[in-house]
Ligand binder design. Structure first.
Ligand code: TRP
Length: 449
């Protein structure tokens, strides 16, 4: 099977694909708004520490298991041991990971669809298609279903093309574009009145908040979501890495790209909020906190773009193009989780597997759109608050306890013969065995109180 499996053709291809998975709505929307409502610079600092101290070791667990087993998450976890009990545990955890990936994608595709409609609507206005514009702004079932269908269709089309021609090729095209749009928008927003106050709110920490448990909890959840951990996306991407690639360094680069992007996105969103404030748009809620979440993206920012005159429409188009692209490169990594299972375990051809899994997930999305009040937030909570941390612990346990020390060492030395002498090797095996599971569980238990 080794020859027929896809592989990333270059380091940069893998990096852009993994960064494409990691950089998504979580970075451009989640991170800046969480930072804004949790003490600005304090959140940023805690987030950076947790990303490297906890999320990076967990990311390494996934990449290492993936490349060692060279298989989808279920087969990979099953194959780590000969013992029937452990194989069963591997099967169960792997299946749970696939289920969580499926449900994360089902809500992610809905939000991605909203981004697309916010992108298409000012575009329609520019083209003089007024009726289309108001339909796109209508937010009804039909609109939400259609834009979600388009995003799901694009995701399926890319995944159907495989690792190199689909995931790698499209990530390589879209990620630089994403960065260029982000930089362009930052430069524009920073020249507007009020931006300086936003920068200050973002970059200057409130020291008293540094040890606030709620802040630490939000930062950890944010780091895990942002690095796409716990559901096997990074595991499957790791399984497409070449043996000659240096895993610890790849992991560091992905973590740096992800946190770097989140940080840079903060330089856009926070100043934009204060520019909106300077223009008289309501940006604080009744309790004095910043408006965050959907209201920020779909009300505050569009209201801000409206005040920018003729440039505003183009700024809006660029901003929501940015969001749509970021969402797309993340969505493909989620779809790859079930698709790789279908291809490798059930021998279904990749295009068929992509259509079947993607179609089934779209059906779930439709159900959520239809029963929105009852389902949307529940699905998000169950998958990201419960599913991801628990599976994250499971993956660390598999890497730390089920894989043998020499298996780990062998795998890690492949692209890095001197690994035994590095600080990484002196610390990491201990870390995935004890520190990561314990700290993740601790924060998880905290969050339930
Ligand atoms: N990390 C992406 C973001 O920040 C979303 C994402 C992609 C994800 N794959 C994932 C989240 C797997 C959790 C698990 O938007």
């Amino acid at each position: 099977m080794a020859q027929t499996r896809g592989q990333f053709s270059s380091k940069i291809g893998f990096l852009l694909a993994a960064a494409g998975s990691a950089v998504g709505l979580g970075n451009i929307w989640g991170f800046p708004t969480q930072a804004a409502s949790n003490g600005g610079g304090a959140f940023l600092l805690v987030y950076l520490v947790l990303a490297f101290v906890l999320a990076y070791p967990a990311l390494m667990a996934e990449l290492t298991i993936g490349r060692y087993a060279r298989a989808n998450v279920i087969t990979a976890l099953e194959s780590l041991s000969e013992k029937p009990g452990l194989r069963r545990a591997g099967w169960l955890s792997g299946s749970a990971a696939v289920a969580v990936a499926i449900f994360i994608l089902s809500f992610y595709a809905i939000v991605a669809g909203w981004m697309l409609s916010e992108f298409l609507s000012p575009l329609a206005a520019q083209l003089g298609a007024g009726a289309t514009e108001s339909w796109l702004d209508s937010a009804g079932f039909a609109r939400n279903a259609l834009v979600c269908a388009i995003m799901s269709g694009l995701t399926i089309a890319i995944i159907a093309r495989g690792v190199e021609k689909g995931i790698e090729a499209w990530s390589t095209r879209l990620m630089p574009l994403l960065f260029a749009i982000l930089l362009g928008l930052i430069i524009y927003v920073l020249t507007q009145a009020g931006a300086g106050r936003g920068l200050a709110a973002y970059l200057i920490p409130t020291p008293s908040q540094l040890l606030d448990p709620q802040l630490i909890l939000s930062a950890l959840g944010q780091a895990f979501f942002s690095l796409s951990l716990g559901v096997g996306t990074m595991l499957i991407y790791g399984s497409y890495l070449r043996d000659t690639d240096n895993l610890p360094r790849m992991g560091v680069s992905v973590t740096l790209l992800d946190t770097g992007f989140a940080f840079t996105a903060g330089l856009l969103i926070l100043p934009a909020i204060y520019v909106a404030d300077a223009r008289g748009i309501a940006v604080f809620n009744d309790t004095g906190g910043l408006i965050a979440g959907p209201d920020l993206i779909f009300q505050v920012l569009p209201a801000l773009f409206d005040t920018m005159g003729s440039a505003g429409a183009w700024v809006a188009i660029a901003f929501f193009a940015l969001m749509s692209i970021a969402a797309l490169t993340s969505a493909i990594s989620l779809l790859e989780v079930p698709v790789s299972v279908c291809v490798e375990r059930w021998k279904i051809s990749r295009p068929r597997a992509a259509c079947l899994s993607g179609g089934a997930i779209f059906a779930i999305s439709l159900l959520i759109i239809w029963q929105f009040e009852a389902l949307f937030n529940t699905v998000i909570t169950v998958t990201t608050v419960y599913g991801q941390p628990l599976l994250g612990v499971a993956l660390c346990v598999f890497a730390g306890w089920v894989m043998q020390r020499n298996q780990l060492l062998n795998e890690l030395s492949k692209g890095h013969p001197e690994i035994e002498k590095t600080v990484f090797w002196k610390i990491w095996p201990f870390y995935v065995r004890f520190i990561c599971p314990a700290l993740i569980l601790l924060t998880f238990v905290q969050s339930l109180r």
